[in-house]
Write a protein that binds this ligand. Sequence first.
Ligand code: GLP
Length: 238
Amino acid sequence: MKIIIDTPEKIAEKAALRYVELLSNKPDAILGLATGSTPVGLYNELVKLNKEGKISFKNVTTFNLDEYVGLEPTHDQSYRYFMNQHLLSHVDVDMEKTNVPSGINLDEAASYDSKISSAGGIDLQLLGIGNNGHIGFNEPGTPFGSETHLVDLTDSTREANARFFASIDDVPTQAVTMGIKTVMNAKSIILIALGKAKAEIIKATLQGEVTPEVPASILQLHPYVEVYLDHEAASLLD
Ligand code: GLP
């Protein structure tokens, strides 16, 4: 595991260079994408590099981690809407090759993993981390062997995400998420965490016990993970 500690701006630039490197070696790479506030700086950087002609998404296929149950793709808090707003609508990707789990047709979740495998498997999976250690929406206690599935969101996750909705009552109670095994099947992984609120969970994730109670701790067992942290998120590491 490689840990890179820098300012949020530099992290966005450095992580973006990983995509430049990957896509210059493999223009048709399969990208696993994430939502949340954390990857926004990276997505801005990728849009900029794409406009400058330094990276092309023309031949890539993307698979997003998760989606809220009950939100149409056009809902402004759906993760499909988020992805289009922050990245996909601004780069030269083929929209037909972009995938976000459906929060409406829940039966599709059962075939999401095989769809990923048929496409060739994820080359680079991007992750943020929830305050309780969730990755995607895999809440504490999720079995490490899980594939894409339906989950009940914990109160703490709904509270953390309520800032994006008019009120907590509007935050969906369920989501569809890639499983832990789906994430671990990626050939390489980038985890980004920013801010003091993530410092404790980052310490537990990187230096604590590998346990389903801290879903992201499984990343210690992945052969190729890069963790990008700002100084605050890294502040409790030994
Ligand atoms: C949501 C997403 C996660 C994300 C997390 C952290 O719960 N499902 O994929 O990592 O939020 O969000 P933020 O980056 O805003 O802290």
